[in-house]
Design a protein around this ligand. Structure first.
Ligand code: MN
Length: 195
């Protein structure tokens, strides 16, 4: 039987994203929360119709515990892989920038709309920048473990706004966490997802 889910390799050390995300938060969020979703998913799919599907297929199709754990593995993998301690640029360029300008007017406006979606999401969930088959970009709020694959869209950028993502560093100040997060986004990763 193949292993469906595994831990993503981080391109940075656990302490490298501080003070935006502390080592303590990485240790709990990546090391405990994500590890639990990975372990649970691999156990839950054993001897089911999902045992030979890809993580993406499961996250797009499954309901219940399998769907929730697959969504959380997918979402956290996208989340943790999009950061750099010292990103080499502070804004997208090229085709992604052009698509952002076409959909939202400007990068600054997209940031504002995305931050607002992340800040106002009530309860636990994820803010997404995603694209449809025609290449049009959308900003979406999705609850719990929901993800763009379930709506035939490709995930491009995501902010985790479950309290476990920010509570150790920001307590109840979700808006401060969201503002800070922009400074560690690796736009090279985001541009690759778009293309
Ligand atoms: Mn999380």
């Amino acid at each position: 039987m193949k292993t469906i889910a595994s831990m993503p390799k981080l391109a940075y050390g656990a302490e490298d994203l501080a003070p935006v995300i502390s080592k303590e938060t990485i240790d709990f969020h990546y090391g405990k929360h994500l590890q639990t979703y990975v372990t649970n998913l691999n156990k839950l799919v054993e001897n089911t119709e999902f045992a030979n599907m890809s993580l993406e297929e499961i996250a797009a199709k499954a309901e219940g515990g399998i769907g929730n754990n697959a969504g959380q593995v997918l979402n956290h993998t996208l989340y943790f892989e999009q950061f750099a301690s010292k990103p080499n640029k502070t804004a997208p360029t090229g085709k992604l920038l052009k698509a952002i300008q076409e959909s939202f007017g400007s990068f600054e406006e997209m940031k504002k709309l995305f931050s607002n979606a992340a800040t106002t999401l009530f309860g636990s969930g994820w803010a997404w920048l995603c694209k449809d088959d025609a290449g049009k970009l959308y900003i979406k709020q999705m609850f719990n473990a929901d993800n763009p694959l379930r709506y035939d869209m490709k995930p491009i950028l995501t902010f985790d706004v479950w309290e476990h993502a920010y509570y150790l560093d920001y307590q109840n100040r979700r808006a401060d966490y969201i503002t800070a997060l922009w400074s560690i986004i690796d736009w090279n990763v985001i541009e690759k997802r778009f293309e």
